[in-house]
Design a protein. Sequence first.
Length: 46
Amino acid sequence: MLKLQCEKCNYEFQKENPPKRCPYCAAEDFIIPYKQAQSFLDESEN
Ligand SMILES: [Zn+2]
C-alpha cells in the first residue's frame, strides 16, 4: 500500500497503485508520494 497525496487539493489517501486522477478533485497528474513533514521536525530537534 502506498501513501499518496494530491498536490492540487492536498487530499491524502492510500492505494496499491498511484491513480492518474485524484479521487477527490479528479485532477490529472497531481498525484505524488505523501510528503512526511514530520521527518523534518525530527531532524531539527537534534
Ligand atoms: Zn485532488
